[in-house]
Structures are given as C-alpha cells and as structure tokens.
Design a protein around this ligand. Structure first.
Ligand SMILES: [Zn+2]
Ligand SMILES: [Zn+2]
Length: 199
C-alpha cells in the first residue's frame, strides 16, 4: 500500500511558477514569480520559440473616476479611453450628446491587461495553463510539474494521513472531491499521465 504523507505544501507554495501556452507559438512557456504573489513582476519565457515577456509590459493606463462634458455637463464615456502604455498628457474625447470635443487630462490609474481575464489561466499573464485535462466533465489542472506530481502522489496513495486542522490544510486536502473519490482514481491517474506525456 502506498502511503501519502502530507507534506506541508500549500497551494501558494506552488504559485511561484506556472507552465502555460506561449502567446506566440502555443508551445510551453514558463512563468516565474520572484516573490510570493508578486505577479506584477512575473517573467514569461517560452521553451519553444524563446519569446519572453515581462508582466510589467502588460501595464496599461485609463482615466480614474468620471468627467463631465464642459459644454452640456453630461458624463463623458471614459471607458473608450484605455489601453495607454504610458500616461498621455491629454486625450480628445467627443461628447456623444452635444458632439463637443473635450480635452481629458485627469487622474490616470494603471491596470494589467491580461491575455484572458477568466478560464483556466495563470494569475500573472492570464495565459491558459499547460497542464489541464478533464475527468468525467470536471477540469483537472495544475500550475506546474511539482503541483501535478503532488496531486499524482496523493491520488496514487491508498492510505492518506490528513489533518482536520483547517489552518494546517495542505493543497491536496483542499482538492475538489472528484479528484479524491476512490472510484475516480484510475481516471484521474490516466489524465495525469496524459498531461505528463506532453511535458
Ligand atoms: Zn513560443
Ligand atoms: Zn456635451
């Protein structure tokens, strides 16, 4: 019998690197995060085409708050002004009510323009995770090889030592039920093997 002894690995311990699909060639690319949760300083390097990108390159600027047309005093639609790579000194915006051109030069705020805002993606660039598959309609995914290996070892083990202490709960103990169900063990392991072949 294989015994899984829960290493005190929390999910965030595994969130220092992510294997994703390269935005240029779709090959595997590695994202490294210098400090925990420091996604703004993450760096992407493609293993196939050697493309590299910094998360700071995704920073864009847009106006903060609201502004009114100086002519008719209706609110201007500022949502059309975004995506600036540097803070502009002003932007001309035509009022949709009276067609007056307004000079917008107010507070600017930064945001990160990720590739995707949702889906099974990394938290820094929003790129699809490399390790993902489905088991009975459920998404099985891992941030990186270490994460996938941890899940594999946990599922493989028939004897699991676990804590019931919420604060000490490790990554594997928080896995969704479909991964933990004994009846799904074979299928989950097959999916993991499929993912490992494409490493
Ligand atoms: Zn590439
Ligand atoms: Zn107006």
């Amino acid at each position: 019998m294989e015994r899984y002894q829960a290493d005190p690995v929390r999910l965030y311990d595994l969130m220092n690197s992510f294997l994703v699909h390269c935005p240029k060639c779709e090959g595997s690319a590695e994202i490294s995060v210098p400090l925990p949760f420091d996604y703004k300083n993450a760096i992407l390097k493609c293993n196939s085409c050697h493309y590299s990108e910094k998360a700071t390159d995704l920073v864009r600027y847009k106006p903060a708050g609201k502004a009114k047309c100086h002519q008719c005093l209706e609110f201007l639609n500022l949502s059309t002004i975004e995506g600036y790579k540097t803070i502009p000194s002003y932007v001309n915006l035509t009022c949709k009510y009276c067609k007056t051109i307004n000079m917008v030069s107010q507070n600017w705020e930064s945001y990160v323009e990720k590739y995707h805002e949702s889906g099974i993606v990394d938290p820094a660039f929003g790129l699809p995770l490399w390790y993902q598959d489905t088991v009975k309609g459920n998404n099985l995914w891992a941030y990186n090889l270490r994460h996938l290996t941890e899940i594999k070892n946990y599922v493989k083990a028939t004897l699991r030592e676990r804590t019931t202490d919420k604060f000490k709960m490790t990554m594997v103990e928080k896995l969704p039920d479909f991964i933990k169900f004994a009846k799904n063990r074979e299928e989950v392991l097959k999916a993991i093997e499929r993912m490992l072949i494409h490493t």
